[in-house]
Design a binder for this molecule. Structure first.
Ligand code: COA
Length: 392
């Protein structure tokens, strides 16, 4: 078996393997057959030179505490059916972790089809891409929208929409920057795929809200609008755009809306009326714990220190005894020699880092332990819960 980076010549075979695994369309999208700056694909070839396994580092950036962090977000993990169960995914992911660490990545996220494979490699479920299905008739009509004005948008407005997304995303943790790599590639359609129409909200000439959605088919009982993006930077913009959705009531029954907790849109939605919540779990792990702590912003009011022994079999450079210190919005992880009273598995690190668990809870889950109170590990969980709005 040979493991090596894929070149442009390998991309048709990589597309076929991905199509076999995930049941993609017969026709490859253009970006699948071209090299994308930053995107790194690793393949496993058998003795006959056949591609039998692959994994992709999407080289995204994620916002953490107002700072951009280099992320090795993983996708397209696939092994040919004849080669499964023999440790190939493990070999590819181990090699990928070492390479992305060398290129400076701090953290990694992925959407699993099977958590067990990634748990055995140190990723843990730390959030979900969420969407609510709402009855359009129950949405509030526009009110208190101040001086917000609405207009249709088009392809020329997309750079401003990306800036608005940034305004929303950088105030939260975990979200992609949507800059660089695939995000800077030319698209096959003028609007993002699956988007039929754009409504923009402006206030004093400034873009403060954007609604990008797919119209869906027909206007009967099963008609549904699919919102691709619903972004608002002011409460008035949030209410105005929810009001625009309400205006679709005569020709669409439901709308599927991606959710961010407590943003200017969510606080205007009747979430108690949400039907089936679509939810897609994602997993996270630090690629390099020192960078993961130093490169992000931390809440300015947090101050403290905790030492723990970290285990990380798949990324041994992370393993060992560390002291975490947070002060004045910055963090540092340094190696210490004294044997600490607390232990932490890298999967527990991921859960705390993403702000979705506690030290005591992780001790119950077997991902933290020791002789001291594991609540001291909560320092690592001091940021807000991490979120994602993009599937990859
Ligand atoms: C998922 C997939 C990539 C795994 O590849 P593989 O080479 O068979 O995996 P490995 O043999 O390296 O297994 C790695 C670990 O995951 C476990 N594992 C593998 N497949 C598993 C499965 N289907 N369910 C539960 N655990 C599984 C193995 O037991 C092993 O754990 P261990 O080292 O602790 O014993 C492969 O089955 C595949 O291509 N499936 C279709 C596409 C897909 O689902 N890709 C994942 C997208 S997120």
């Amino acid at each position: 078996m040979t493991i090596r980076p894929l070149t442009a010549d390998d991309l048709p075979a990589a597309w076929e393997l991905g199509r076999l695994a995930f049941g993609g369309p017969a026709e490859a999208p253009l970006h699948a057959l071209r090299e994308i700056p930053g995107t790194f694909r690793l393949g496993a070839f058998d003795d006959a030179g056949r591609l039998v396994g692959k994994v992709t580092d999407l080289a995204h950036e994620q916002w953490w505490g107002g700072r951009r962090m280099a992320a090795a977000d993983v996708s397209g993990v696939a092994v040919r059916p004849e080669s499964r169960g023999g440790g190939l995914a493990r070999t590819l992911l181990t090699e990928l972790l070492a390479r992305v660490r060398d290129r400076g990545a701090a953290v990694s996220a992925l959407y699993p089809t099977v958590t067990a494979v990634y748990r055995s490699m140190g990723w843990e479920v730390a959030g979900a891409l969420r969407a609510a299905d709402l009855d359009i008739a129950a949405l509030p009509r526009p009110r208190d929208t101040g001086s917000v004005s609405l207009r249709p948008g088009g392809p020329d407005d997309l750079p401003a929409v990306t800036d608005l997304y940034e305004e929303v995303a950088r105030a939260r943790d975990g979200l992609l920057t949507r800059r660089g790599g695939i995000f800077d590639e030319p698209t096959e359609t003028p609007l993002p795929r699956d988007v039929d129409a754009v409504t923009l909200a402006e206030d004093g000439g400034r873009l403060v809200g954007a609604l990008l959605f797919g119209r869906g088919r027909g206007y009967g009982a099963d008609s549904r609008l699919e919102v691709h993006d619903l972004l608002a930077a002011t409460p008035q913009a949030g209410r105005a755009l929810v009001g625009v959705l309400a205006g679709w009531t005569t020709v669409a029954r439901t709308v599927r809306v991606p959710l961010l907790a407590g943003d200017a849109v969510s606080v205007a939605l009747p979430l108690e009326r949400a039907g089936t919540h679509a939810s897609q779990p994602w997993m996270h792990r630090p690629v390099d714990v020192v960078r993961a702590v130093a490169d992000r912003g931390w809440p300015g009011h947090l101050r403290g220190r905790v030492a723990f022994a970290l285990t990380d079999a798949a990324a041994p450079w992370n393993a060992g005894v560390w002291q975490l210190e947070l002060a004045d919005g910055a963090g540092e992880l340094t190696r210490v020699t004294a044997e600490p009273e607390l232990t932490l598995d890298v999967r527990g690190f991921a859960v705390l880092y993403c702000g979705v668990g506690t030290g005591r809870g992780l001790a119950q889950a077997g991902l933290a332990g020791g002789t001291a109170d594991p609540a001291a590990l909560d320092l690592l969980a001091g940021g807000p819960p991490a979120e994602l709005l993009d599937y990859f």
